[in-house]
Ligand binder design. Sequence first.
Ligand code: PLP
Length: 295
Amino acid sequence: MKWPVRAPSGRFAYVNGRYLPHGRAGVHIEDRGLQLGDSIYEVFRAEAGQLLDENGHLDRLERSLTALELPMPVTRAALRLILRELIRRNRIRDGIIYLQVTRGAFRRDHPMPEGLAKPTLILTARAGDLAGAAARLSDGVKIITLPDERWARRDIKTTQLLPAVLAKTAAKRAGSAEAWLVDGEGFVTEGGSTNGWIVNAAGTLITRPLSRDILPGVTRGVILSVAKEAGLAVVERKFTVVEALQAKEAFLTSASGAAVPVVAIDGKAVGNGRPGPLTLRLQALYAGKSGSGQS
Ligand code: PLP
């Protein structure tokens, strides 16, 4: 069978133990990931053929699986080998590796099938749009703000992404790269697929503390540690959209984008409307730090 996914020939996906041509890879029609959103995912970045922050992503993968009583489909060591083999087969130097674990295929019924562990593991890989990424890093992006309409366990990286789909579609239609989602009290939670940061007038870096309200971004963690190592003032606390508009700088972090400057929010310039010096410094510090360490 050929799925209607356009991909250059020579691209491979991994499905439950097999490397398949991307256009022919698929899962069962009754997979619980497809029917119930009963699944979790991870996104890894490869640079110069090496995985960035690999341990952080594997740690979060195990955390998401545990939170939803999903079994680890293969050992961590096996997963490291699969990730490398997929990078090799797809001849990826710079790009993204997507990984998803679902509870598997069962007769459709909401409760988890007790005692029957047969998770589906899929991985795909795609060479990155480096020109676009480089432009975003140097020129910055515009964002919009929207109410946060997601569920109460945003700390688990599930594939239930409809709120993010809607928010990011609205952002795209507004000519923006991201939507910052705002809680009922007016505080920014995070972006549709990124964590949010501001730099206040005193030069202090501010980002929302970890809780069930946001995804514990792996890049967020690396940026926090490089900022602290560099002796920068950092505070993990909530901030409002008004505060962000009065900030000197704002930026987004994610595996696919490191620290991306935000130059406008809802059509209003942040700072002088140009990427800020601290954001650019953090980009450089991140580039020197995010290794492929396997410890
Ligand atoms: N917040 C959300 C909601 C996300 O979906 C993501 C990434 O997909 C992030 C933050 C950034 O996380 P990371 O730095 O691990 O890519």
